[in-house]
Each structure stands twice: as structure tokens, then as C-alpha cells.
Design a protein around this ligand. Structure first.
Ligand code: SF4
Ligand code: SF4
Length: 222
């Protein structure tokens, strides 16, 4: 079995994820790794906006992250067994001010052709919409064919996420390559409002109204 087939077996055997390979020549890791396997793991359950419950939504995020991390762990074991140099970048943000991660999974997913950046500033896949958790593993292995990056948004005239945001943090701008997070969202406002949860719950609010309303991927909801 080819290494690509083995990766597929680990990542998408239950049809609950899409994955692809990104050329990471654009990234700070380009001197150490040739590409990244990028995974968009479908939410463990598709909560509708009508049945919204923050705690339930937070549990879905945790469950989905657990499913994703299991796959990343298995991929690491596979790559190690082939003695392919690999690295799992941290998913946590560097700091609370700029809210940046060392390696952006969202940017990698666009380069891997998995989706585009929606007006909600999250990755939108055609299959599952934005109801995914993203992960990646970097590897030094030039024999996997990299996908073509996505270069346009498929949001069209939709404004649903803009209207759903309780804090009007989204600007309603259609993404195209070159636009930054700051062009699409007041991310500091989004973070500030979600951080308001801390005193009572010891964590930020998962919020996610802008994600749950997106029409993309809804037909794959159950
Ligand atoms: S996560 Fe919540 S506050 Fe942030 S943009 Fe989405 S709906 Fe608005
Ligand atoms: S809700 Fe509409 S505008 Fe927002 S990301 Fe989804 S398709 Fe794009």
C-alpha cells in the first residue's frame, strides 16, 4: 500500500474528515520541511443554530479535537516508521494580544485546497462547511504531490454569518488571497466578548454562531 493510501486510511476511513497536502514554501518552516498534511475534521455532531447551547457546542469542539488529535498521533507513528522527519505544530496561540499561532492551520488548509476563508474569517470546506477542526503535521518528504491552493471565495452574496454575530465583529468582506484577518474581522472584539465568560466558567465562550449558521455543508449534517 502506498504511503498516500496509508494516510488516507488513517484520516478519512470513516468519511468524517477531508485532508490534503500543502506546499509550505510560503511559511517560516520552509527550510526544514517540504510540505504539510492538513486535516479538516468534521464536527462530531452538527448542532443547528435553532438548538444552540454554548456548553453543548463547547463539548462538540472538544470531542472533535480529540478525534483529530488521535489521527495526528497515528500519522506521526506512521511517518516515524518510515523515518520521515516530521513535526506537529502547536495549536495554541503564542500570545493573548495578537492571538497568533506559530503555524496557521487555516492558511495551510487554503494552500492544501481544502477550502476558502469565509466572511466569518474561518475556513469553509465544500463538504462540511466551516464545521471542522483543523490540524496539520509538517514533513520533510518531497514525494507527496501537493494540492493547488484555493484562490477564491465561494461565499457569494451570502451575509448569514455577518447577521448572526451578536457583537457585529464581522465586516462582510469577501476573502481573496492577500487579505488578512484584520480585513475581515475585528478579532480583538470577538476575543474580548468571548473572554467575558472567564469569571463564571473558567474558559472563553465557544460562541460560534457565525459558524453554525453557514449554509455550506449543511446537507452532510448527520
Ligand atoms: S465567534 Fe461569535 S463573536 Fe466571534 S465573530 Fe463569530 S459570532 Fe461573532
Ligand atoms: S455564512 Fe455565508 S458568508 Fe458566512 S462563511 Fe458561510 S457562506 Fe460565507
Amino acid at each position: 500500500m502506498s504511503i498516500r493510501a496509508k494516510i488516507s486510511e488513517i484520516v478519512s476511513c470513516k468519511a468524517d474528515a477531508v485532508w490534503s497536502v500543502a506546499d509550505i514554501a510560503y511559511s517560516d518552516y520552509k527550510n526544514d520541511f517540504s510540505c504539510a498534511i492538513v486535516i479538516a475534521q468534521r464536527y462530531s455532531y452538527f448542532l443547528t443554530e435553532a438548538e444552540y447551547d454554548e456548553e453543548k457546542y463547547n463539548t462538540i469542539l472538544l470531542e472533535t479535537t480529540r478525534n483529530l488529535n488521535k489521527k495526528i498521533g497515528s500519522l506521526k507513528i506512521l511517518l516515524d516508521s518510515y523515518q520521515i522527519k516530521n513535526y506537529v505544530p502547536a495549536a495554541v496561540q503564542n500570545d493573548e494580544i495578537n492571538l497568533r499561532v506559530p503555524f496557521s492551520f487555516k492558511e495551510a488548509a487554503v494552500h492544501a485546497g481544502l477550502g476558502w476563508i469565509g466572511k466569518s474569517d474561518v475556513l469553509v470546506t465544500k463538504k462540511f462547511g466551516p464545521r471542522v477542526r483543523l490540524g496539520a503535521i509538517l514533513l520533510d518528504y518531497p514525494f507527496l504531490t501537493c494540492a493547488k491552493p484555493i484562490k477564491k471565495s465561494f461565499c457569494g452574496d451570502c451575509q448569514v454569518c455577518i447577521k448572526a454575530c451578536p457583537d457585529q465583529a464581522l465586516y462582510g468582506i469577501d476573502w481573496k488571497p492577500g487579505l488578512t484577518r484584520e480585513d475581515l474581522i475585528d478579532y480583538k472584539l470577538c476575543n474580548l466578548k468571548r473572554s467575558g465568560f472567564f469569571m463564571e466558567y473558567g474558559r472563553k465562550s465557544a460562541c460560534g454562531h457565525c459558524i453554525l449558521v453557514c449554509p455550506w455543508g449543511l446537507s452532510k449534517s448527520k
